[in-house]
Design a protein around this ligand. Structure first.
Ligand code: BGC
Length: 761
């Protein structure tokens, strides 16, 4: 007892000490920045709010460019997407040696899922449900980026999305707020670590604030219109989680909210973000987000720039609207000097927190650049994490895992393209050294397996569509021969094999920014190929590449094995081979529902019940909420994914069936590996609030745990249910729980669950 109280005193003391230390550091920062601000001219203050394109600085001599001139005049706060520590040092030198006040620049980059070592696209990474792995991927990205001069990443992207048409669903974590929030926190921890003054941590920028993933009809940059109840209970959740984890900056989104573009939305950027959530970092616009408000129709450049500053925007990416117009707006009384000071202060604070005033070259260490990027160690970890992101959608006849013997025909337009493995938004990597599946597979199986290859089809029949879908160095070397000739050749090749692996789906640039689709099936020419391969009667494994949920009804009915590999990053080829040949047992689970067809979109597991739900077991009833032609069910639900082994779930055991506001209860299940291989299972907890002051979703994810089990092994997984877990935003946007009855569900995905009931008194 005595020992415990001494420990308690010690930890309180340590807490008080670190609190004191933080207060001293903040006071020191305030003094430093206060005195710097006093020396700054209005023009220099406004200059800090400017994040222009690097322009010819990236290609030509830094010294002579237009941007260089501005840097020397103190008219630039930072630059982005410049690669290379030497280059960045050269540009930083202009700021700290040739500008009047020697204020260092921020160097940002879209380090979205890795730097040169590339991890799976975020939607894939999310399917690992492994917060340690996700944090580690961000940590490695930060180590590599910081070794190369970067101190600020435009990540994590935490836009919740339930519309597979939207190409940027690839960049987010899927459809669930709770999981999205956990991932957001892990990413921020990974990038920023505990101490931003270290030279291997970088500042996170949470984007795109807010609701960007809900753009109407899945068309990029489109309008968003949403109730506040839905915002707070669902879409805003992950951004809030990232802010609570201490993210240093946030990016305003392109879309409007309540009729006002996010970039100039005071309610969003000040009332919610700063006042309600206590965010004290800085807000940057998205690329030309300020000037785009002219097209949104809320004013000319001067007006929209003033509106943005008034709303709480601090930095203008690319538009140069704030630097061009704020002095005039100040003279006219449209903005105040205090507002300009506040924005400038926040940017200077970010630079201070990063330690750039103490050492502006701290990220420009050639030695680190030479030894800490794309290392063997990082690549080994990336290979492991890639395998964790794959989702086994089907393996009916236990074709998988394959034996390392015999002859395999590897067929498909994506079978031999290293450049497409990295996935969208992998700007820093070197595409030409990434192995394609053919090369990776050969390396993994050595001479044990004979591998035959044929392309089999182009990506799409439409050459123009293929061109648009293979930009940024992702060319798939179009085969100009007639479709049938290419297919026949592949079928001939396939006939000589024991097993066919069809590497099909989307190219990496078929998802991502400005890559929305109105048809989310595998492109028709590839489906014709797949049908021809299935008709050979040989066992076919579909290795799917995609940046979004696809509609795969035919494939699900006709192809015995489907492994969804998303875009697994620079080591994807090896990771796919690891899983195909059983060196790794797949364990990923979907974080976005796969619809049966595009007409079901938006489709998500945590929907409301409506006043006319279907009766249990029915898929159509007249005058009920359903469709005439297909059921309401997705093809593969949220949380779904198979393994090479099987798991059994014991009955749910509750510690009690009710608790009060000061109490809690636990729910446990025993999970057993009933198969013959070791494997990992993601156990999911869902809760339904049966009666509320507002309608509540049919289920909501409230917990999950990923466990490893040897064959025959059992583990007990226990979730603790607290009143905190049951809170939601009611119609007055008050965040609270309501006493009543709840259904608790535990299972291996959002559809296949067991239930138990409890009440909160
Ligand atoms: C994207 C952002 C990105 C920015 C800078 C924009 O087009 O929406 O996600 O960070 O460009 O490259």
């Amino acid at each position: 007892m005595k020992k415990i109280s001494i420990l308690l005193c010690l930890s309180l003391l340590m807490g008080a000490c670190s609190q004191k230390k933080k207060e001293n550091q903040d006071a020191e920062m305030n003094r430093f920045i206060g005195s710097l601000l006093k020396q700054m001219t209005l023009e220099e203050k406004i200059g800090q709010l400017n994040l222009p394109v690097a322009g010819d600085i990236t290609t030509g001599q830094a010294e002579n460019s237009d941007v260089a001139k501005k840097i020397k005049e103190g008219k630039v706060g930072g630059l982005f997407n410049i690669k290379g520590s030497e280059k960045i040092r050269e540009v930083q030198r202009l700021a700290v040696e040739e500008s009047r006040l020697k204020i260092p620049l921020l160097f940002g980059m879209d380090v979205i899922h890795g730097y040169e070592t590339v991890f799976p696209i975020p939607l894939g990474l999310a399917c690992s449900w492994d917060m340690q792995a996700i944090e580690q991927s961000a940590r490695i990205a930060a180590i590599e980026a910081s070794a190369d001069g970067i101190c600020w990443t435009f990540s994590p992207m935490v836009d919740l999305c339930r519309d597979a048409r939207w190409g940027r669903i690839a960049e987010g974590n899927g459809e669930d707020p709770f999981l999205g929030g956990e991932i957001a926190k892990a990413m921020v921890r990974g990038y920023q670590g505990n101490d931003l003054t270290q030279n291997n941590t970088i500042m996170a920028c949470v984007k795109h604030f807010a609701l960007y993933g809900a753009s109407e009809s899945g068309r990029d940059y489109n309008t968003v219109d949403m109730s506040r109840v839905r915002m707070f209970n669902e879409y805003l959740w992950p951004y809030h989680a990232a802010v609570e984890a201490g993210a240093g900056s946030i990016m305003a989104s392109f879309n409007e909210i309540d009729g006002i573009p996010a970039t100039a939305n005071r309610w969003l950027l000040t009332d919610v973000l700063r006042k309600q959530w206590g965010f004290n970092g800085f807000v940057v616009s998205d690329y030309t987000g300020v000037s785009e408000m002219i097209d949104h129709g809320i004013g000319d450049l001067k007006t929209v720039s003033a509106k943005a500053l008034n709303a709480g925007l601090d930095m203008d990416m690319v538009s140069e609207g704030l630097p061009a117009t704020l002095s005039e707006s100040l003279e006219e009384g449209q903005v105040t000097e205090a507002q300009i000071d506040a924005a400038c202060r926040r940017i200077l604070e970010a630079k201070y927190k990063l330690g750039l005033f103490s050492d502006p070259y701290k990220y420009c260490d050639q030695k680190r650049a030479g030894s800490e990027i794309y290392t063997k160690e990082h690549r080994t970890i990336a290979r492991k994490i890639a395998a964790e992101s794959f989702v086994l959608l089907k393996d009916d006849k236990q074709i998988l895992p394959l034996k390392k013997q015999g002859t395999i025909a590897l067929i498909g337009p994506l079978a031999d393209s290293g450049a497409n493995m990295a996935g969208t938004w992998s700007v820093a990597t070197k595409l030409d050294r990434i192995p394609g599946l053919l090369e990776g597979m050969k390396e993994v199986v050595g001479d044990k397996v004979r591998i035959l290859y044929a392309k089999g089809s182009n990506l799409t029949e439409d050459a123009e569509l293929e061109k648009r879908s293979t930009v940024f160095g992702r060319d798939l070397k179009r085969d100009e021969r007639p479709e049938q000739v290419i297919i026949n050749e592949a079928v001939q090749t396939a006939r000589n094999a024991d097993v066919i692996i069809a590497a099909l789906g989307e190219s990496s640039e078929m998802s991502g920014e400005s890559s929305s689709r109105t048809d989310i099936k595998i492109p028709e020419t590839q489906r014709k190929l797949l049908k021809a391969l299935v008709q050979t009667g040989k066992p076919v494994v579909l290795v799917l590449f995609t940046g979004r949920p696809l509609a795969l009804v035919w494939e699900n009915e006709n192809v015995p094995a489907i492994l969804n590999t998303w875009f697994g990053g620079s080591e994807a080829a090896y990771a796919i081979a690891d899983v195909l040949f059983g060196d790794v047992n797949p364990s990923g689970k979907l974080t976005a529902s796969f619809p049966q067809n595009i007409g079901q979109i938006p489709i998500f597991y945590n929907h409301k019940n409506t006043g006319r739900p279907l009766a249990e077991g029915k898929w159509f009833q007249k005058f009920r909420s359903n469709y005439l032609d297909v059921s309401n069910e997705p093809l593969y639900p949220f949380g779904y994914g198979l393994s090479y082994t099987t798991f059994n779930y014991g009955a749910i055991r509750l510690s009690s069936d009710s608790f009060n506001a000061n109490g809690e209860l636990t729910a446990s299940v025993v999970v057993t590996n009933t198969g013959e291989r070791a494997g990992k299972e993601i156990i999911q907890l869902y809760i339904r609030d049966l009666v509320g002051s507002i309608t509540r979703p049919v289920k909501e994810l409230k917990g999950f745990e990923k466990i490893s089990l040897e064959p025959g092994e059992s583990k007990t997984v226990t979730f603790t249910i607290t009143p905190e877990l049951l809170r939601f935003y009611n119609n007055d946007l008050k965040y609270d729980y309501e006493p009543g009855d709840f259904v608790l569900m535990i299972g291996s995905n959002s559809r296949d669950v067991q239930t138990a009931s409890f009440s909160l008194q």
